[in-house]
Design a protein around this ligand. Sequence first.
Ligand code: XMP
Length: 595
Amino acid sequence: MNQLCLPDAPTPQIIVLDTGGQYCHLITRKIRELGVYSEIRPSETPAAELRGVKGIVISGGPASVYEDGSPQVDPWIFELGCGVLGLCYGHQLMAWHLGGEVSKGEKGEYGLAHFAPSGAAAVFEGAAGRQQIWMSHRDTVTRVPAGFELLGSTETCAIAAMGDAGRRLYGLQFHPEVVHTRNGRRILSNFLFGVCGCEQDWSPREQAARIEDEIRRTVGERNVFFFVSGGVDSTVAFTLCLRALGAERVRALYVDTGLMREGETEFVQQVFNSLGRGVFRVEHAQARFLTALDGVREPERKRHIIGEMFVEVQEQILASGHFLEGNWILGQGTIYPDTIESGGTSKADLIKTHHNRVSGIQKLMAENRILEPLHLLYKDEVREVGRELALPEELLSRHPFPGPGLAIRCLCEDEERGVERLEDGWLAPLHSVGVQGDSRSYRPVLILEESPAAEGVHERATALINRLAGINRVAALAGSHAPVSEMRTSRAYLCETRLARLRRADSAVRALCLKSGFEKSVWQFPVIIVPLGTAERPDSIVLRPIDSVDGMTAQSVVMPAEVLAEMTRTLLAQEGICAVLYDLTHKPPGTIEWE
Ligand code: XMP
Protein backbone atom coordinates (compact mmCIF):
# COMPACT_ATOMS: atom_id res chain seq x y z
CA MET A 1 0.00 0.00 0.00
CA ASN A 2 1.28 3.41 -0.88
CA GLN A 3 1.49 5.42 2.30
CA LEU A 4 4.04 6.95 4.55
CA CYS A 5 4.64 3.78 6.34
CA LEU A 6 6.42 3.21 9.49
CA PRO A 7 9.81 1.80 8.59
CA ASP A 8 10.40 0.02 11.85
CA ALA A 9 7.17 -1.88 12.16
CA PRO A 10 7.91 -5.15 13.94
CA THR A 11 8.81 -8.10 11.75
CA PRO A 12 5.90 -10.51 11.59
CA GLN A 13 6.63 -14.02 12.77
CA ILE A 14 3.44 -15.32 11.21
CA ILE A 15 1.97 -14.30 7.86
CA VAL A 16 -1.71 -14.87 7.21
CA LEU A 17 -2.39 -15.37 3.51
CA ASP A 18 -5.70 -13.79 2.53
CA THR A 19 -7.87 -15.94 0.30
CA GLY A 20 -10.77 -13.53 0.40
CA GLY A 21 -12.77 -14.38 3.48
CA GLN A 22 -14.01 -12.19 6.27
CA TYR A 23 -12.00 -14.37 8.64
CA CYS A 24 -8.56 -13.15 7.70
CA HIS A 25 -8.41 -10.27 10.20
CA LEU A 26 -9.93 -12.41 12.89
CA ILE A 27 -7.13 -14.98 12.53
CA THR A 28 -4.47 -12.26 12.64
CA ARG A 29 -6.02 -10.60 15.67
CA LYS A 30 -6.25 -13.91 17.55
CA ILE A 31 -2.60 -14.62 16.83
CA ARG A 32 -1.61 -11.20 18.15
CA GLU A 33 -3.73 -11.74 21.24
CA LEU A 34 -1.48 -14.71 21.90
CA GLY A 35 1.45 -12.28 21.90
CA VAL A 36 2.82 -13.06 18.43
CA TYR A 37 3.06 -10.28 15.85
CA SER A 38 1.34 -11.24 12.65
CA GLU A 39 0.35 -9.52 9.39
CA ILE A 40 -1.78 -10.25 6.34
CA ARG A 41 -0.49 -10.66 2.79
CA PRO A 42 -2.25 -11.49 -0.49
CA SER A 43 -2.58 -15.25 -0.96
CA GLU A 44 -0.39 -15.29 -4.09
CA THR A 45 2.60 -13.70 -2.32
CA PRO A 46 5.70 -15.43 -3.75
CA ALA A 47 7.34 -17.92 -1.38
CA ALA A 48 10.62 -16.04 -1.76
CA GLU A 49 9.06 -13.03 0.00
CA LEU A 50 7.98 -15.21 2.91
CA ARG A 51 11.36 -16.73 3.56
CA GLY A 52 12.37 -16.30 7.20
CA VAL A 53 8.88 -16.27 8.74
CA LYS A 54 8.20 -18.82 11.45
CA GLY A 55 4.84 -19.82 10.11
CA ILE A 56 2.13 -19.24 7.51
CA VAL A 57 -1.62 -19.50 7.91
CA ILE A 58 -3.75 -19.82 4.76
CA SER A 59 -7.12 -18.26 5.56
CA GLY A 60 -10.60 -19.48 4.74
CA GLY A 61 -12.48 -17.88 1.88
CA PRO A 62 -15.64 -18.25 -0.16
CA ALA A 63 -14.08 -19.76 -3.31
CA SER A 64 -13.78 -23.33 -4.53
CA VAL A 65 -10.38 -24.63 -5.65
CA TYR A 66 -12.05 -25.71 -8.91
CA GLU A 67 -13.37 -22.29 -9.88
CA ASP A 68 -11.53 -20.32 -12.52
CA GLY A 69 -9.63 -17.48 -10.93
CA SER A 70 -9.99 -18.81 -7.40
CA PRO A 71 -7.29 -17.54 -5.00
CA GLN A 72 -4.07 -19.53 -5.16
CA VAL A 73 -0.92 -19.81 -3.12
CA ASP A 74 2.61 -20.23 -4.39
CA PRO A 75 3.16 -24.02 -3.96
CA TRP A 76 6.77 -23.34 -2.90
CA ILE A 77 5.47 -22.08 0.45
CA PHE A 78 5.10 -25.76 1.41
CA GLU A 79 8.84 -26.22 0.82
CA LEU A 80 10.00 -23.30 2.97
CA GLY A 81 10.35 -25.55 6.01
CA CYS A 82 8.26 -23.31 8.27
CA GLY A 83 4.95 -24.39 9.77
CA VAL A 84 1.92 -23.97 7.48
CA LEU A 85 -1.66 -24.12 8.71
CA GLY A 86 -4.48 -24.22 6.16
CA LEU A 87 -7.91 -23.25 7.48
CA CYS A 88 -11.14 -24.12 5.64
CA TYR A 89 -10.45 -23.08 2.02
CA GLY A 90 -6.76 -22.98 3.03
CA HIS A 91 -7.03 -26.63 4.12
CA GLN A 92 -8.56 -27.56 0.77
CA LEU A 93 -5.94 -25.59 -1.14
CA MET A 94 -3.20 -27.39 0.76
CA ALA A 95 -4.71 -30.80 -0.01
CA TRP A 96 -5.22 -29.92 -3.65
CA HIS A 97 -1.69 -28.55 -4.21
CA LEU A 98 0.01 -31.48 -2.52
CA GLY A 99 -1.79 -34.23 -4.42
CA GLY A 100 -4.82 -34.95 -2.24
CA GLU A 101 -8.40 -34.76 -3.46
CA VAL A 102 -11.07 -32.11 -2.92
CA SER A 103 -14.73 -32.79 -3.76
CA LYS A 104 -17.32 -30.24 -4.60
CA GLY A 105 -20.04 -30.06 -1.97
CA GLU A 106 -23.65 -29.47 -2.94
CA LYS A 107 -25.07 -28.15 0.29
CA GLY A 108 -22.26 -27.38 2.64
CA GLU A 109 -22.05 -27.36 6.39
CA TYR A 110 -22.49 -24.15 8.38
CA GLY A 111 -22.46 -23.63 12.12
CA LEU A 112 -21.72 -25.78 15.12
CA ALA A 113 -20.40 -29.33 14.76
CA HIS A 114 -18.57 -31.84 16.91
CA PHE A 115 -15.06 -32.88 16.16
CA ALA A 116 -12.93 -35.65 17.57
CA PRO A 117 -9.16 -35.64 17.03
CA SER A 118 -7.63 -39.02 16.28
CA GLY A 119 -4.11 -39.69 17.51
CA ALA A 120 -1.81 -37.25 19.26
CA ALA A 121 -1.00 -34.43 16.86
CA ALA A 122 0.96 -31.41 18.09
CA VAL A 123 -1.84 -28.99 17.12
CA PHE A 124 -4.34 -30.83 19.35
CA GLU A 125 -2.18 -31.05 22.43
CA GLY A 126 -4.38 -30.40 25.47
CA ALA A 127 -7.45 -30.47 23.21
CA ALA A 128 -8.34 -34.14 23.17
CA GLY A 129 -11.82 -35.68 23.05
CA ARG A 130 -15.05 -34.76 21.34
CA GLN A 131 -15.36 -30.99 21.14
CA GLN A 132 -17.47 -28.23 19.70
CA ILE A 133 -16.15 -26.53 16.56
CA TRP A 134 -17.43 -24.03 13.99
CA MET A 135 -17.77 -25.05 10.33
CA SER A 136 -18.53 -22.95 7.27
CA HIS A 137 -17.78 -24.78 4.02
CA ARG A 138 -19.15 -26.35 0.86
CA ASP A 139 -16.26 -28.35 -0.60
CA THR A 140 -14.43 -31.01 1.39
CA VAL A 141 -11.11 -32.82 1.31
CA THR A 142 -11.82 -36.44 0.33
CA ARG A 143 -8.26 -37.82 0.20
CA VAL A 144 -5.23 -36.61 2.14
CA PRO A 145 -2.00 -35.96 0.21
CA ALA A 146 0.86 -38.48 0.38
CA GLY A 147 2.73 -38.18 3.68
CA PHE A 148 -0.29 -36.74 5.50
CA GLU A 149 -2.25 -38.43 8.27
CA LEU A 150 -5.91 -38.05 9.05
CA LEU A 151 -6.09 -36.13 12.34
CA GLY A 152 -9.82 -36.00 13.04
CA SER A 153 -13.38 -36.05 11.74
CA THR A 154 -16.88 -34.82 12.43
CA GLU A 155 -20.13 -36.72 11.73
CA THR A 156 -20.40 -35.18 8.28
CA CYS A 157 -16.81 -34.37 7.43
CA ALA A 158 -14.45 -37.34 7.26
CA ILE A 159 -11.26 -35.30 6.86
CA ALA A 160 -11.81 -32.38 9.22
CA ALA A 161 -8.12 -32.27 10.16
CA MET A 162 -4.95 -33.57 8.53
CA GLY A 163 -1.25 -33.13 9.04
CA ASP A 164 2.27 -34.06 8.09
CA ALA A 165 4.24 -33.60 11.30
CA GLY A 166 7.62 -34.11 9.59
CA ARG A 167 7.02 -31.23 7.18
CA ARG A 168 5.05 -29.20 9.81
CA LEU A 169 2.02 -28.89 7.51
CA TYR A 170 -1.50 -28.92 9.00
CA GLY A 171 -4.97 -28.44 7.59
CA LEU A 172 -8.23 -27.87 9.46
CA GLN A 173 -11.62 -27.77 7.78
CA PHE A 174 -13.04 -25.82 10.74
CA HIS A 175 -12.32 -22.33 12.09
CA PRO A 176 -10.19 -22.21 15.26
CA GLU A 177 -10.26 -18.37 15.12
CA VAL A 178 -14.00 -18.25 15.86
CA VAL A 179 -15.15 -18.15 19.51
CA HIS A 180 -17.59 -20.99 18.91
CA THR A 181 -14.69 -23.40 18.42
CA ARG A 182 -14.16 -24.37 22.04
CA ASN A 183 -10.46 -25.16 21.87
CA GLY A 184 -9.72 -22.67 19.09
CA ARG A 185 -7.31 -20.53 21.09
CA ARG A 186 -5.51 -23.62 22.31
CA ILE A 187 -5.14 -25.01 18.79
CA LEU A 188 -3.76 -21.74 17.43
CA SER A 189 -1.41 -21.49 20.38
CA ASN A 190 -0.18 -25.05 19.72
CA PHE A 191 0.51 -24.13 16.12
CA LEU A 192 2.38 -20.93 17.04
CA PHE A 193 4.50 -22.17 19.89
CA GLY A 194 4.51 -25.96 19.50
CA VAL A 195 4.78 -26.28 15.72
CA CYS A 196 6.39 -23.00 14.58
CA GLY A 197 8.51 -22.19 17.63
CA CYS A 198 7.29 -18.58 17.84
CA GLU A 199 8.25 -16.31 20.69
CA GLN A 200 6.00 -13.79 22.38
CA ASP A 201 7.04 -10.45 20.93
CA TRP A 202 3.87 -8.36 20.84
CA SER A 203 2.24 -6.14 23.41
CA PRO A 204 0.20 -3.14 22.17
CA ARG A 205 1.02 -1.00 25.20
CA GLU A 206 4.69 -1.09 24.30
CA GLN A 207 3.97 0.37 20.87
CA ALA A 208 3.47 4.01 21.90
CA ALA A 209 7.16 4.86 22.23
CA ARG A 210 8.05 2.99 19.03
CA ILE A 211 5.35 4.74 17.02
CA GLU A 212 6.39 8.16 18.34
CA ASP A 213 9.93 7.46 17.25
CA GLU A 214 8.79 6.45 13.82
CA ILE A 215 6.55 9.50 13.48
CA ARG A 216 9.55 11.76 14.13
CA ARG A 217 11.66 9.99 11.54
CA THR A 218 8.93 9.73 8.92
CA VAL A 219 7.62 13.27 9.19
CA GLY A 220 11.08 14.87 9.21
CA GLU A 221 10.79 18.66 9.05
CA ARG A 222 7.17 18.68 8.04
CA ASN A 223 4.06 19.48 10.07
CA VAL A 224 1.05 17.22 10.52
CA PHE A 225 -2.55 18.10 10.75
CA PHE A 226 -5.47 15.86 11.45
CA PHE A 227 -9.13 15.95 10.80
CA VAL A 228 -10.33 14.65 14.11
CA SER A 229 -13.76 13.25 14.80
CA GLY A 230 -13.68 12.66 18.54
CA GLY A 231 -13.39 8.93 17.89
CA VAL A 232 -10.76 6.76 19.55
CA ASP A 233 -8.60 6.26 16.48
CA SER A 234 -8.08 9.84 15.36
CA THR A 235 -7.63 11.01 18.96
CA VAL A 236 -4.97 8.39 19.72
CA ALA A 237 -3.19 9.03 16.41
CA PHE A 238 -3.23 12.77 17.08
CA THR A 239 -1.96 12.39 20.64
CA LEU A 240 0.95 10.26 19.45
CA CYS A 241 1.91 12.98 16.97
CA LEU A 242 1.49 15.67 19.60
CA ARG A 243 3.91 13.84 21.88
CA ALA A 244 6.32 13.08 19.07
CA LEU A 245 6.43 16.53 17.48
CA GLY A 246 5.25 19.04 20.04
CA ALA A 247 2.26 21.37 20.01
CA GLU A 248 3.80 23.79 17.49
CA ARG A 249 3.82 21.23 14.68
CA VAL A 250 0.47 19.50 14.96
CA ARG A 251 -3.03 20.77 14.46
CA ALA A 252 -6.40 19.15 14.88
CA LEU A 253 -9.18 20.35 12.72
CA TYR A 254 -12.70 19.30 13.42
CA VAL A 255 -15.09 19.82 10.56
CA ASP A 256 -18.62 20.30 11.76
CA THR A 257 -20.42 18.63 8.88
CA GLY A 258 -23.85 19.03 10.41
CA LEU A 259 -23.93 15.23 10.45
CA MET A 260 -22.87 14.94 14.08
CA ARG A 261 -24.80 13.74 17.08
CA GLU A 262 -26.21 16.11 19.64
CA GLY A 263 -23.54 17.59 21.91
CA GLU A 264 -20.70 16.01 19.93
CA THR A 265 -18.91 19.18 18.86
CA GLU A 266 -18.79 20.42 22.45
CA PHE A 267 -17.44 17.09 23.70
CA VAL A 268 -14.62 16.99 21.15
CA GLN A 269 -13.72 20.60 21.83
CA GLN A 270 -13.37 19.87 25.50
CA VAL A 271 -11.16 16.77 24.97
CA PHE A 272 -8.74 18.53 22.61
CA ASN A 273 -8.52 21.72 24.61
CA SER A 274 -7.35 19.61 27.50
CA LEU A 275 -4.64 17.98 25.33
CA GLY A 276 -2.90 21.19 24.34
CA ARG A 277 -3.56 24.89 24.02
CA GLY A 278 -4.24 26.21 20.56
CA VAL A 279 -4.01 22.87 18.74
CA PHE A 280 -7.71 22.58 17.96
CA ARG A 281 -10.04 24.40 15.63
CA VAL A 282 -13.61 23.90 14.45
CA GLU A 283 -14.53 24.51 10.82
CA HIS A 284 -18.23 25.10 10.35
CA ALA A 285 -19.27 23.49 7.09
CA GLN A 286 -22.81 22.30 7.81
CA ALA A 287 -24.47 24.07 4.89
CA ARG A 288 -21.93 22.85 2.32
CA PHE A 289 -22.31 19.20 3.27
CA LEU A 290 -26.09 19.36 3.30
CA THR A 291 -26.24 21.06 -0.09
CA ALA A 292 -23.90 18.47 -1.61
CA LEU A 293 -25.98 15.60 -0.23
CA ASP A 294 -29.36 16.96 -1.25
CA GLY A 295 -31.25 14.54 -3.50
CA VAL A 296 -28.70 11.73 -3.10
CA ARG A 297 -30.06 8.30 -2.21
CA GLU A 298 -27.29 5.79 -2.86
CA PRO A 299 -25.16 5.00 0.25
CA GLU A 300 -21.88 4.69 -1.63
CA ARG A 301 -22.51 8.03 -3.40
CA LYS A 302 -23.15 9.61 -0.02
CA ARG A 303 -19.84 8.28 1.31
CA HIS A 304 -17.97 9.56 -1.73
CA ILE A 305 -19.57 12.99 -1.56
CA ILE A 306 -18.72 13.28 2.13
CA GLY A 307 -15.14 12.11 1.57
CA GLU A 308 -14.64 14.49 -1.34
CA MET A 309 -16.18 17.36 0.60
CA PHE A 310 -13.80 16.69 3.48
CA VAL A 311 -10.89 16.99 1.08
CA GLU A 312 -12.33 20.10 -0.57
CA VAL A 313 -12.85 21.82 2.76
CA GLN A 314 -9.35 20.82 3.79
CA GLU A 315 -7.75 22.10 0.60
CA GLN A 316 -9.52 25.42 0.88
CA ILE A 317 -8.37 25.84 4.42
CA LEU A 318 -4.79 25.21 3.38
CA ALA A 319 -5.05 27.44 0.33
CA SER A 320 -6.33 30.28 2.47
CA GLY A 321 -2.92 30.15 4.14
CA HIS A 322 -3.87 31.02 7.65
CA PHE A 323 -4.03 27.50 9.01
CA LEU A 324 -0.71 25.77 8.54
CA GLU A 325 1.92 27.23 6.31
CA GLY A 326 4.63 25.42 4.44
CA ASN A 327 5.19 21.74 4.31
CA TRP A 328 2.20 19.92 5.68
CA ILE A 329 0.95 16.39 5.52
CA LEU A 330 -2.32 14.83 6.57
CA GLY A 331 -2.49 12.46 9.52
CA GLN A 332 -5.27 9.91 9.74
CA GLY A 333 -6.48 7.44 12.36
CA THR A 334 -6.83 4.58 9.87
CA ILE A 335 -6.48 1.20 11.59
CA TYR A 336 -5.62 -2.22 10.14
CA PRO A 337 -9.12 -3.56 9.37
CA ASP A 338 -10.23 -0.26 7.78
CA THR A 339 -8.56 -1.50 4.65
CA ILE A 340 -10.24 -4.87 4.17
CA GLU A 341 -13.87 -3.93 3.54
CA SER A 342 -12.66 -1.30 1.11
CA GLY A 343 -10.98 -3.95 -0.98
CA GLY A 344 -7.68 -2.99 0.69
CA THR A 345 -6.60 -6.59 0.62
CA SER A 346 -6.72 -7.83 -2.93
CA LYS A 347 -9.52 -10.36 -2.44
CA ALA A 348 -12.12 -8.47 -0.44
CA ASP A 349 -15.20 -7.52 -2.41
CA LEU A 350 -16.14 -3.87 -2.01
CA ILE A 351 -18.84 -3.72 0.65
CA LYS A 352 -18.51 -0.14 1.89
CA THR A 353 -15.86 2.37 0.94
CA HIS A 354 -14.10 3.64 3.98
CA HIS A 355 -13.95 7.43 3.99
CA ASN A 356 -10.20 7.25 4.60
CA ARG A 357 -9.82 5.72 1.15
CA VAL A 358 -11.78 8.00 -1.18
CA SER A 359 -10.01 9.29 -4.27
CA GLY A 360 -8.92 12.68 -2.87
CA ILE A 361 -7.13 10.87 -0.07
CA GLN A 362 -5.66 8.34 -2.48
CA LYS A 363 -4.11 11.21 -4.41
CA LEU A 364 -2.44 12.44 -1.23
CA MET A 365 -1.28 8.89 -0.60
CA ALA A 366 0.32 8.76 -4.03
CA GLU A 367 2.18 11.99 -3.16
CA ASN A 368 3.36 10.53 0.15
CA ARG A 369 1.43 13.11 2.11
CA ILE A 370 -0.54 10.81 4.38
CA LEU A 371 0.62 9.62 7.77
CA GLU A 372 -1.27 6.75 9.34
CA PRO A 373 0.49 5.88 12.59
CA LEU A 374 -2.09 3.25 13.59
CA HIS A 375 -2.38 1.47 10.26
CA LEU A 376 -1.07 -1.80 11.66
CA LEU A 377 -3.18 -1.88 14.82
CA TYR A 378 -6.55 -3.37 15.66
CA LYS A 379 -9.13 -1.37 17.58
CA ASP A 380 -8.48 -3.02 20.92
CA GLU A 381 -4.78 -2.44 20.43
CA VAL A 382 -5.45 1.26 19.75
CA ARG A 383 -7.42 1.45 23.01
CA GLU A 384 -4.47 -0.10 24.83
CA VAL A 385 -2.13 2.50 23.33
CA GLY A 386 -4.65 5.17 24.41
CA ARG A 387 -4.49 3.86 27.98
CA GLU A 388 -0.73 4.03 27.84
CA LEU A 389 -1.10 7.69 26.79
CA ALA A 390 -3.47 8.25 29.74
CA LEU A 391 -6.36 9.43 27.56
CA PRO A 392 -9.69 9.58 29.41
CA GLU A 393 -11.44 6.22 29.70
CA GLU A 394 -14.74 7.86 28.71
CA LEU A 395 -13.22 8.53 25.32
CA LEU A 396 -11.45 5.18 24.94
CA SER A 397 -14.49 3.09 25.74
CA ARG A 398 -16.95 5.05 23.58
CA HIS A 399 -18.98 3.12 21.10
CA PRO A 400 -17.54 3.39 17.60
CA PHE A 401 -19.17 6.04 15.43
CA PRO A 402 -18.80 6.06 11.63
CA GLY A 403 -16.86 8.86 9.91
CA PRO A 404 -19.74 9.89 7.61
CA GLY A 405 -21.82 10.37 10.74
CA LEU A 406 -25.57 10.51 10.76
CA ALA A 407 -25.64 10.66 6.94
CA ILE A 408 -25.42 6.87 6.71
CA ARG A 409 -28.09 6.51 9.41
CA CYS A 410 -30.57 8.66 7.53
CA LEU A 411 -32.04 6.42 4.84
CA CYS A 412 -33.17 8.16 1.67
CA GLU A 413 -35.61 6.90 -0.96
CA ASP A 414 -36.61 8.07 -4.45
CA GLU A 415 -40.04 6.50 -4.60
CA GLU A 416 -43.34 6.56 -2.79
CA ARG A 417 -44.48 3.00 -2.37
CA GLY A 418 -46.68 0.95 -0.08
CA VAL A 419 -45.62 -2.15 1.83
CA GLU A 420 -46.37 -5.60 0.42
CA ARG A 421 -48.03 -8.40 2.37
CA LEU A 422 -46.00 -11.61 2.55
CA GLU A 423 -46.89 -14.79 4.37
CA ASP A 424 -44.69 -13.96 7.36
CA GLY A 425 -44.79 -10.19 7.53
CA TRP A 426 -44.58 -7.02 5.45
CA LEU A 427 -42.02 -6.32 2.78
CA ALA A 428 -41.00 -2.67 3.16
CA PRO A 429 -39.47 -1.12 0.02
CA LEU A 430 -36.61 0.42 2.00
CA HIS A 431 -33.14 -0.48 0.84
CA SER A 432 -30.40 -1.31 3.26
CA VAL A 433 -26.90 -2.69 2.78
CA GLY A 434 -26.00 -6.24 3.75
CA VAL A 435 -23.07 -8.58 3.36
CA GLN A 436 -23.92 -12.00 2.00
CA GLY A 437 -21.35 -14.60 1.01
CA ASP A 438 -18.59 -11.98 1.22
CA SER A 439 -20.40 -9.69 -1.23
CA ARG A 440 -22.49 -6.58 -0.85
CA SER A 441 -26.29 -6.70 -1.10
CA TYR A 442 -28.79 -3.82 -1.26
CA ARG A 443 -32.25 -5.13 -0.48
CA PRO A 444 -35.65 -4.51 1.11
CA VAL A 445 -36.55 -5.24 4.74
CA LEU A 446 -39.10 -7.66 6.17
CA ILE A 447 -41.16 -6.15 9.00
CA LEU A 448 -42.74 -8.53 11.49
CA GLU A 449 -45.87 -7.17 13.13
CA GLU A 450 -44.88 -8.61 16.46
CA SER A 451 -43.02 -7.22 19.41
CA PRO A 452 -39.22 -7.56 19.54
CA ALA A 453 -39.82 -8.84 23.08
CA ALA A 454 -42.00 -11.76 21.85
CA GLU A 455 -40.81 -15.25 22.73
CA GLY A 456 -38.60 -16.77 20.00
CA VAL A 457 -38.77 -13.75 17.68
CA HIS A 458 -34.98 -13.60 17.20
CA GLU A 459 -34.89 -17.25 16.11
CA ARG A 460 -37.85 -16.74 13.75
CA ALA A 461 -36.10 -13.75 12.21
CA THR A 462 -32.93 -15.76 11.59
CA ALA A 463 -34.92 -18.59 10.02
CA LEU A 464 -36.80 -16.16 7.75
CA ILE A 465 -33.70 -14.43 6.56
CA ASN A 466 -32.18 -17.75 5.58
CA ARG A 467 -35.35 -18.76 3.73
CA LEU A 468 -36.33 -15.56 1.90
CA ALA A 469 -33.79 -14.79 -0.79
CA GLY A 470 -35.00 -11.26 -1.60
CA ILE A 471 -34.28 -9.62 1.77
CA ASN A 472 -31.23 -8.97 3.91
CA ARG A 473 -32.90 -7.73 7.12
CA VAL A 474 -35.78 -8.50 9.45
CA ALA A 475 -37.17 -5.93 11.88
CA ALA A 476 -39.90 -6.28 14.50
CA LEU A 477 -42.43 -3.61 15.36
CA ALA A 478 -41.84 -2.17 18.83
CA GLY A 479 -44.70 0.31 18.50
CA SER A 480 -46.46 2.56 16.00
CA HIS A 481 -49.16 5.16 15.40
CA ALA A 482 -50.56 3.24 12.39
CA PRO A 483 -50.79 -0.38 11.26
CA VAL A 484 -47.89 -1.43 9.03
CA SER A 485 -50.37 -2.07 6.18
CA GLU A 486 -51.02 1.69 5.97
CA MET A 487 -47.39 2.73 5.89
CA ARG A 488 -45.67 3.96 2.74
CA THR A 489 -42.21 5.11 1.86
CA SER A 490 -41.87 8.75 0.89
CA ARG A 491 -39.47 10.48 -1.46
CA ALA A 492 -37.01 11.70 1.13
CA TYR A 493 -33.39 12.78 1.31
CA LEU A 494 -31.02 14.28 3.83
CA CYS A 495 -32.45 17.56 5.09
CA GLU A 496 -32.44 19.65 8.26
CA THR A 497 -35.85 18.38 9.31
CA ARG A 498 -34.99 14.69 9.08
CA LEU A 499 -31.54 15.16 10.62
CA ALA A 500 -33.12 17.02 13.53
CA ARG A 501 -35.55 14.12 14.01
CA LEU A 502 -32.71 11.62 13.94
CA ARG A 503 -30.57 13.66 16.32
CA ARG A 504 -33.46 13.95 18.75
CA ALA A 505 -34.18 10.22 18.58
CA ASP A 506 -30.51 9.26 18.91
CA SER A 507 -30.09 11.53 21.90
CA ALA A 508 -33.17 10.10 23.65
CA VAL A 509 -31.96 6.54 23.01
CA ARG A 510 -28.51 7.35 24.38
CA ALA A 511 -29.95 8.96 27.50
CA LEU A 512 -32.14 5.91 28.20
CA CYS A 513 -29.26 3.54 27.55
CA LEU A 514 -27.10 5.36 30.06
CA LYS A 515 -29.88 5.61 32.63
CA SER A 516 -30.73 1.89 32.40
CA GLY A 517 -27.15 0.65 32.14
CA PHE A 518 -28.01 -1.04 28.81
CA GLU A 519 -25.13 0.98 27.31
CA LYS A 520 -22.73 -1.59 28.77
CA SER A 521 -24.49 -4.57 27.16
CA VAL A 522 -23.86 -3.41 23.60
CA TRP A 523 -20.84 -2.81 21.43
CA GLN A 524 -22.61 -0.24 19.29
CA PHE A 525 -26.16 1.06 19.03
CA PRO A 526 -26.97 2.75 15.73
CA VAL A 527 -30.28 4.61 15.60
CA ILE A 528 -31.57 4.99 12.06
CA ILE A 529 -34.30 7.10 10.52
CA VAL A 530 -36.20 5.55 7.58
CA PRO A 531 -38.75 7.30 5.33
CA LEU A 532 -41.58 4.92 6.15
CA GLY A 533 -44.82 6.12 7.73
CA THR A 534 -47.96 8.09 7.01
CA ALA A 535 -48.64 11.56 5.58
CA GLU A 536 -48.64 13.18 9.04
CA ARG A 537 -45.77 11.10 10.39
CA PRO A 538 -43.55 10.26 7.42
CA ASP A 539 -40.52 8.73 9.21
CA SER A 540 -39.84 5.79 11.49
CA ILE A 541 -36.94 5.02 13.82
CA VAL A 542 -34.97 1.78 13.75
CA LEU A 543 -33.14 0.58 16.85
CA ARG A 544 -30.04 -1.47 16.09
CA PRO A 545 -28.32 -2.56 19.31
CA ILE A 546 -25.59 -5.05 18.50
CA ASP A 547 -22.83 -6.98 20.16
CA SER A 548 -19.55 -7.50 18.38
CA VAL A 549 -15.85 -7.89 18.95
CA ASP A 550 -14.53 -5.85 16.07
CA GLY A 551 -17.44 -4.92 13.84
CA MET A 552 -16.61 -7.67 11.31
CA THR A 553 -19.45 -9.84 12.56
CA ALA A 554 -22.22 -8.83 14.95
CA GLN A 555 -25.24 -10.17 16.78
CA SER A 556 -28.50 -8.35 17.31
CA VAL A 557 -28.96 -7.91 21.08
CA VAL A 558 -32.14 -8.49 23.12
CA MET A 559 -33.10 -5.39 25.10
CA PRO A 560 -34.83 -5.61 28.51
CA ALA A 561 -38.58 -5.22 27.91
CA GLU A 562 -39.05 -2.27 30.26
CA VAL A 563 -36.18 -0.29 28.69
CA LEU A 564 -37.58 -0.97 25.23
CA ALA A 565 -41.09 0.07 26.30
CA GLU A 566 -39.89 3.40 27.69
CA MET A 567 -37.70 4.03 24.64
CA THR A 568 -40.58 3.29 22.28
CA ARG A 569 -42.97 5.60 24.18
CA THR A 570 -40.41 8.41 24.13
CA LEU A 571 -39.71 8.05 20.42
CA LEU A 572 -43.37 7.81 19.40
CA ALA A 573 -44.03 11.07 21.24
CA GLN A 574 -41.55 12.85 18.97
CA GLU A 575 -42.58 14.96 15.99
CA GLY A 576 -42.83 13.16 12.62
CA ILE A 577 -42.18 9.63 13.95
CA CYS A 578 -44.70 6.95 12.94
CA ALA A 579 -43.17 3.70 14.20
CA VAL A 580 -40.30 2.22 16.16
CA LEU A 581 -38.67 -0.82 14.58
CA TYR A 582 -36.15 -3.17 16.11
CA ASP A 583 -33.54 -4.71 13.81
CA LEU A 584 -33.20 -8.45 14.57
CA THR A 585 -30.55 -9.14 11.92
CA HIS A 586 -27.09 -10.47 12.64
CA LYS A 587 -24.04 -9.56 10.55
CA PRO A 588 -23.86 -11.34 8.20
CA PRO A 589 -26.30 -11.13 6.45
CA GLY A 590 -27.04 -7.54 7.55
CA THR A 591 -24.29 -4.98 8.07
CA ILE A 592 -24.22 -3.05 11.34
CA GLU A 593 -25.17 0.24 9.72
CA TRP A 594 -28.15 0.27 7.38
CA GLU A 595 -26.12 2.04 4.71
P1 XMP B 1 -20.89 -2.20 8.83
O1 XMP B 1 -22.08 -1.32 8.62
O2 XMP B 1 -20.01 -2.29 7.62
O3 XMP B 1 -20.05 -1.49 9.96
O4 XMP B 1 -21.26 -3.55 9.36
C1 XMP B 1 -18.92 -2.04 10.59
C2 XMP B 1 -18.35 -0.95 11.48
O5 XMP B 1 -17.83 0.10 10.66
C3 XMP B 1 -18.49 1.32 10.91
N1 XMP B 1 -18.66 1.98 9.61
C4 XMP B 1 -17.93 3.01 9.19
N2 XMP B 1 -16.94 3.69 9.81
N3 XMP B 1 -16.76 5.07 7.90
C5 XMP B 1 -16.38 4.75 9.16
O6 XMP B 1 -15.49 5.40 9.70
C6 XMP B 1 -17.74 4.44 7.22
O7 XMP B 1 -18.08 4.78 6.08
C7 XMP B 1 -18.35 3.35 7.92
N4 XMP B 1 -19.34 2.49 7.57
C8 XMP B 1 -19.50 1.65 8.63
C9 XMP B 1 -19.79 0.95 11.59
O8 XMP B 1 -20.27 2.01 12.41
C10 XMP B 1 -19.40 -0.30 12.36
O9 XMP B 1 -18.79 0.02 13.59
